[in-house]
Design a protein around this ligand. Sequence first.
Ligand code: GLN
Length: 242
Amino acid sequence: MSESVIRIASIYPTLLGTYGDGGNVLALKHRAGLHGLVTDVVDVSPGEPLPRDCDLYVLGGGEDTAQVAAADSLRADGGMTQAVDRGAAVLAICAGYQLIGREFPDATGAPSAGVGILDIRTDRLPKRAVGELLTRPDPQAPAGLTDLLTGYENHAGATHLGPDARPLAQVEFGVGNGDVSEGAISGHVMGTYLHGPCLARNPQIADVLLGWVVGEQLPHIAEREVEELRAERLEFVRRSGR
Ligand code: GLN
């Protein structure tokens, strides 16, 4: 296993980070520590150049106007496209997920240009999706994703995958992309509507991202608190009439 430090960029946490999405970076640090990996996190503010040398770039959710500002700033910077071209990993949640795609609706519903590192397009759902989201990893999902994926969704976007993206998961409860699929993956770029924070509730996703960085699948390490949280959330969904 690599002795080197895993560099993680937390992109615009002041603009993107609804519903505790900042916890994804903490979960990554924690999971990396369990695997004996060392991390270094750099927070990037809007207008600051994106560091070109990170291994993993993380984006959270956000309001419609913050989302347009973040997308414009990232497109002007150009660093995300370069990062993906050299094989860096990306995790993007909700607004972050929508804005790394080709286009997404602004606050008026008009299409706004995304960063274009994931082959998805987002338009509006007929009705906002709010509540628990439970999914089953897609058969094409990366090795190591075997558990149900649990989280919380709050978005108005219907996301359509192009031929260069494949779904992360299939919806068991909730809305996700709006067509029974949830999230998208292309290469080492992953987007999802799962808040929670996603990586605290789904450590297997954290391990997939870290595994992409170190170039090998990481072993499963269960933690009691996480299993208890997951069990409680799964029970809640079951009681809600799944
Ligand atoms: N603004 C986007 C939407 O409503 C994303 C919201 C979010 O990130 N929670 O679809």
